[in-house]
Design a protein around this ligand. Structure first.
Ligand code: PHE
Length: 509
């Protein structure tokens, strides 16, 4: 096969129809007319032909003159100034009498100004204004106005092709209302390249098969047919199919990791009582994180319900004097009203407390995880959002120890693709406590990502009835995700820029 044959085999049926109609320089409209195809079909075929190097497309911006509404009317009925002159041709008329000429008041006023400037009428002041035609006006009536011949010349007209008289008439008409109008249009045209010229001379096959059908397979009629070959390198429009938000992709992946490790999912509302968000987690009622500066309180309903009285009483006693947990507690008087205050949950650890309260000793060991939105009263900037996704986990197991906790965290972050560093920390509800950092290779620094530890008896015993070891952690996804995508501003997570959402790479590990 020669190159031309190969090229010819690739042509789409639309290209086959369009190509023979193109010569040295053929306008888009001419091709549409010659082929009888739709505009879009011709446009598509031309673009494909251009991609194949068969033609070159060019575009010219042109100003054209068209008739506007009054222009069409005057072309049909004659210009008002002609009607005006005809009305006064035989005898002078008073201004009031001109109403009978079929002209509007506006038109009469315009005609007076216009015909005076052309020195075609004389105006005498008598009782009113008396208007008469003069010899110059009579000549105009017979010879015709420049504007009239301009209107009769046919439209649209190329603005750059006007002669001096036409230009004069056009400028005069442009000043009047809705007679002529200038439009800017794009003129597209196609020209054959040398390859195109050669291709046009070869006999283009028209009986090329585009797609094979079951019927053709059945009857065997496909045999000996010519098939159109597909050009897999051609430019095609990008299709953006539906996909999950990239933050969602990461959370789905995180869920999968915990499910595969045998964890069950915990879920719950984002609005929680302070009891579950703080008190059940042995966070004293005067602890700074409960401050308005750190936590969003809900105005309506401002308060929620406390759980069973015995549970509340266990928590109260633990806060006040340590109850039977072996601790002295926080040594203050615990206020149930503060515990009722509704907050936007500040961590998913609230779900761990609720889950432990529902567990029975016989159901152990038990492993749970959660991924969910949490809220903190932060000022929004490049590294802070007031909402973030937290990944939570607990392992409630009489045989669990701190080494297991480190093992779970390392395993999780390995699956996420990060190296971790674990260092001592403090939380009101864990002992020992540890913080987890992951390494950010792009900025060569460690980033604090997670809090963890073993829940204190002051938390576990009031909820479960017995101080069983509980491994616990809570880590923020909102730092990890921007790191993965190389974002320097955390706000980009929720920019909802469609282009970003379409083009961002998928989370893959
Ligand atoms: N709740 C802590 C936070 O939000 C994380 C944490 C969870 C710490 C469990 C210890 C145990 O930062």
């Amino acid at each position: 096969m020669t190159d031309l044959d190969a090229l010819s085999a690739k042509l789409h049926p639309l290209e086959r129809e369009v190509l023979p109609k193109i010569s040295a320089n053929t306008s888009f409209d001419d091709i549409v007319r010659a082929t009888g195809l739709k505009d879009v079909e011709v446009m598509r075929a031309l673009q494909w032909l251009q991609n194949k190097g068969v033609i070159e497309l060019s575009q010219e911006i042109k100003e054209v003159i068209n008739l506007d509404s009054n222009g069409k009317k005057y072309t049909r009925e004659g210009l008002p100034e002609r009607k005006f002159l005809e009305a006064v041709r035989d005898k002078p008329l008073a201004l009031e009498e001109l109403g009978g000429s079929g002209l509007s008041r506006d038109e009469i006023n315009i005609c007076i100004g216009l015909l005076k400037s052309k020195a075609a009428i004389d105006i005498k002041k008598d009782a009113g204004l008396i208007i008469s035609i003069n010899p110059n006006g009579k000549r105009l009536l017979e010879g015709g106005f420049l504007e009239e011949s301009f209107l009769r010349a046919g439209f649209p007209r190329d603005a750059s092709s006007l002669g001096p008289e036409e230009k004069f008439a056009f400028e005069a008409l442009k000043k009047r209302k809705n007679i002529v109008r200038e439009d800017v249009i794009k003129l597209r045209s196609a020209r054959l390249t040398p390859i195109g010229e050669a291709l046009q001379k070869t006999a283009l096959k028209t009986d090329v098969v585009d797609s094979i059908t079951p019927a053709m397979l059945k009857s065997g009629s496909w045999k000996g047919k010519d098939f159109r070959s597909y050009d897999i390198r051609i430019n095609v429009p990008r299709i953006s199919g539906g996909r999950r938000h990239f933050v969602r992709e990461v959370t789905e992946y995180v869920k999968k990791i915990w499910l595969e490790l045998g964890f069950k999912e915990m879920t719950g509302p984002m609005v929680q009582t302070s009891f579950w968000n703080f008190d059940a987690l042995f966070t004293a009622q005067d602890h700074p994180t409960r401050d308005l500066q750190d936590t969003f309180y809900v105005r309506n309903p401002a308060k929620g319900k406390l759980p069973a009285a015995s549970l509340v009483s266990n928590v109260q006693k633990t806060h006040e004097n340590g109850w039977t947990t072996g601790s002295k507690g926080w040594e203050y008087s615990w206020n149930p009203e503060l515990a009722k205050e509704n907050v936007m949950r500040t961590h998913t650890t609230v779900l761990s407390a609720q889950t432990i309260a529902k567990l029975k000793e016989s159901g152990l060991p038990a492993k749970y995880f959660a991924v969910g939105k949490c809220f903190r009263n932060e000022t929004l900037d490049w590294s802070h959002l007031f909402e973030f996704n937290q990944v939570e986990g607990i392992v409630v197991d009489p045989d669990a120890n701190f080494k297991h906790l480190v093992g779970y965290l390392k395993e999780f972050f390995k699956k996420m693709g990060y190296k971790v560093r674990i260092r001592p920390a403090y939380f009101p509800y864990t002992e020992p406590s540890a913080e987890v950092d992951i390494y950010d290779p792009r900025h060569r620094r460690w980033i604090e990502l997670a809090g963890s530890g073993m829940f204190r008896p002051e938390l576990v015993k009031p909820l479960l009835g017995k101080a069983v070891p509980v491994l616990a952690w809570g880590l923020g996804l909102s730092r990890l995700v921007p790191m993965y995508y190389g974002m320097d501003d955390i706000r980009e997570l929720y920019k909802n820029d469609l282009r970003q959402l379409r083009e961002i790479k998928s989370w893959m590990r």
